[in-house]
Design a protein around this ligand. Structure first.
Ligand code: ZN
Length: 261
């Protein structure tokens, strides 16, 4: 059941988490390959404006930069009836508004700050693509599943890495080398995701608070493991070509979906 308390809790955890991710990325951006993309992300996430819904009316939840005409409104919605076409398992989702501007929606599932920050960072990558005119504001279409998801998961991988004190991506490549690549190639089940979960350290290992939180973390880590496999032996840390994960990523995601059936 949606209560005002759960709306406020998800919103403030998301605001805190996104702020922590931004700070950690800003400190360490120079140690990653895709510095230009990170700089764009730092500027676009800074325009987030936090609101909550009162019915369909949006009310400011906390003070922040006043939204510019094209700034991103982060809305906390009371239910999927407010968000047309929302995927039932997605807590964070970018969708166009009536004017076609991207809006990031948050459903009030129980989430800790770190993983809500990581989830929002992923969605803001799609917003960034929209502002670069590299993404028409459609979701669940072929173009959404090509380059833009590759970029979003690469940026998500970097967010996880900074929240684990810079340990995750090195550990992921070591796991790939020590048999992980074989598990990804042959695994009919997704049990290897447990291996990848064990690579999380520090803040990145924040306990999961809900099934939605568990699903987002497991799904994200699964796709990132496939991305790291596609980039191997180059670490995602060093990758500057964030536009290279088209068909390979789509095939990897399809394999994951069939393995989870
Ligand atoms: Zn996405």
């Amino acid at each position: 059941m949606t209560t005002l308390a759960s709306l406020l809790s998800t919103a403030s955890n998301g605001a805190e988490g996104l702020s922590r991710v931004r700070t950690a990325v800003a400190v360490s951006a120079s140690s990653y390959g895709c510095g230009k993309l990170l700089t764009q992300m730092l500027s676009i996430t800074g325009t987030a404006y936090w609101c909550r819904t009162n019915g369909l009316e949006l009310q400011a939840l906390r003070t922040g930069p006043a939204p510019e005409p094209d700034s991103t409104l982060v809305a906390v919605v009371a239910g999927n009836d407010v968000v047309p076409n929302a995927h039932p398992t997605m807590t964070f989702q970018v969708l166009p508004d009536d004017e076609g501007n991207p809006r990031v929606y948050v459903r009030p599932d129980p989430f800790g700050p770190v993983w809500s920050g990581i989830g929002l960072w992923h969605e803001f990558s799609h917003v960034n693509d929209y502002h670069r005119n590299d993404l028409r504001p459609h979701v669940n279409t072929a173009e959404m599943n090509q380059g833009t998801e590759g970029r979003a998961y690469l940026l998500e991988a970097i967010a996880i890495d900074v929240m684990t004190g810079g340990t995750f991506l090195d550990a992921l490549n070591a796991w790939l080398q020590a048999g992980g690549r074989d598990k990804l190639a042959t695994g009919a089940s997704l049990r290897w995701i447990d291996d990848v979960q064990r690579l999380l350290q520090g803040e990145g290992a924040e306990p999961v608070r809900s099934q939605a939180n568990k699903d987002l973390r497991g799904g994200g880590l699964g796709v990132i493991a496939h991305l790291a496999d596609l980039a191997y032996p180059t670490s995602l840390k060093d990758l500057d070509d964030a536009w290279s994960f088209g068909p390979g990523l789509v095939a990897a995601m399809a394999r994951m979906e069939s393995a989870s059936d």
